[in-house]
Design a protein around this ligand. Structure first.
Ligand SMILES: Cc1ncc(COP(=O)(O)O)c(C=O)c1O
Length: 387
């Protein structure tokens, strides 16, 4: 595989087990080309090269609202959904609009590294709360909230990846979600639900979203086409109460820029409305499920028994626990020598020391032979170093 032009720090000829991107052979290039051809020939082509509607492409909004109403029974209308330039844009915009420097947020321990980066950019104070295989520990969350309250503080929001979490791959069950909503009402914080992996599920139905369980009250839910179509399109969506969406749409970011990425939003709208996205999703789930199975089988046969791993039922990631005698930075240095790169656990915690014995593997990006080879090399290195 030619990795030379791959972005995001992928070194040519290496095995990048960290890369949380869709695999190149899973990008529906022909379908996207077809959508571009169709809108290029369409009567509105010149419109696409101008500023767009502040709320985003109306056809895409209509498509997504209908899909969410039909698929999840969400009681939303077009006033509850806006188009954004990917989840990243949403996380940044929400931080910008809902917080001021010095405010507190709650996040999971571990949590998505790049979201932590955005929160640091906004000079926010982060309190992370431990998770288990069912997500955030409610008693610990409550303890943190009480501690903050004693200092006359409350978090502005709780940032959570509810399904197939990055980095752990876990999904929070319904009861836990309800308990979080109960706390959010009692302590008055917003829930920001970054749900970019919900469409990459390998089996059972998912629990209802926070948005659905809370009846839309005080929840902002983010979706994205990055994981199910192509990240380069930079298109996602944000769902919330009508007044919150109106406030975001009326912000300087949208009024000055004229809505998120009008040209690629039109491509995505055309692609989705033709039925191509649903068909692609069905195929994609099979592809990712096969990759997950191969990664788990390789971990089972090639890792020493002292290594633990999660068994995600969707998404892109597996979270590994190392023996306590082995530091992940030492393992990363040794792996680098063998041309294998992974995401050390240290990046996913507010205090990096909490991640010294964990790492994240991604099964989404690599060809199967590289995935297996990378896991085999890691297994060897762990065995050598934890004797
Ligand atoms: C939890 C989570 N949110 C957001 C993103 C980035 O999404 P987007 O490309 O839509 O900005 C990722 C990508 O890794 C992710 O894992």
């Amino acid at each position: 595989m030619n990795l030379e032009s791959a972005p995001q720090g992928v070194v040519a000829g290496s095995i990048p087990l960290f890369a949380g991107h869709p695999a190149r052979d899973l990008l529906p290039l022909d379908g996207i080309q077809g959508a571009i051809d169709a809108i290029w020939r369409g009567e509105g082509a010149t419109r696409l090269f101008n500023y767009g509607d502040e709320q985003g492409n109306p056809e895409l909004i209509e498509f997504l609202v209908k899909r969410l109403r039909r698929g999840e029974g969400l009681e939303i209308g077009p006033e509850n959904l806006m188009i954004i330039g990917g989840s990243t844009w949403g996380v940044d915009m929400i931080s910008d609009q809902l917080t001021q420097a010095g405010d507190v947020l709650l996040v999971d321990a571990p949590s998505y590294r790049d979201a932590l980066h955005i929160f640091h950019d906004h000079r926010l104070e982060l309190r992370d709360v431990p998770i288990d295989e069912g997500g955030i520990l409610i008693a610990e969350m409550e303890r943190t909230l009480r501690e903050l309250e004693a200092g006359r503080r409350a978090p502005k929001f709780y940032y959570v990846v509810p399904n197939f979490q990055n980095p752990s791959g876990i999904t929070m069950p319904k009861d836990r979600r309800r308990a979080v909503i109960e706390l959010s009402r009692r302590y008055g914080f917003v829930i920001v639900e970054d749900d970019v992996y919900c469409d990459i599920r390998f089996g059972d139905r998912l629990p209802p979203s926070f948005y659905a369980l809370a009846g839309g009250e005080n929840v902002l839910r983010i979706g994205s086409f990055s994981k199910t179509l192509a990240p380069g399109l930079r298109i996602g969506w944000l769902i919330g109460a009508a007044d919150r969406i109106a406030a975001f749409v009326g912000s300087g970011l949208l009024t000055m820029g004229g809505g998120a990425n009008p040209f690629t939003a039109a491509i995505v709208a055309q692609y989705c409305r033709s039925g191509a996205w649903e068909a692609h999703l069905r195929w994609l789930r099979e592809q990712y499920r096969a990759r997950r199975d191969i990664a788990l089988a390789a971990l089972e046969s090639l890792m020493p028994a002292s290594v633990t791993c999660t068994r995600p039922r969707g998404g892109y990631f597996i979270w590994l626990g190392l023996p306590s005698s082995l530091r992940v930075d030492d393992l990363a240095a040794a792996a680098r020598e063998r041309n294998v790169y992974f995401a050390p656990g240290t990046g996913f915690f507010v205090d990096p020391a909490d991640g010294l014995h964990h790492l994240r593997l991604s099964f989404s990006f690599l060809p199967l032979e590289d995935l297996r080879a990378g896991i085999e090399i890691l297994g060897d290195l762990i065995r050598q170093r934890s004797r």
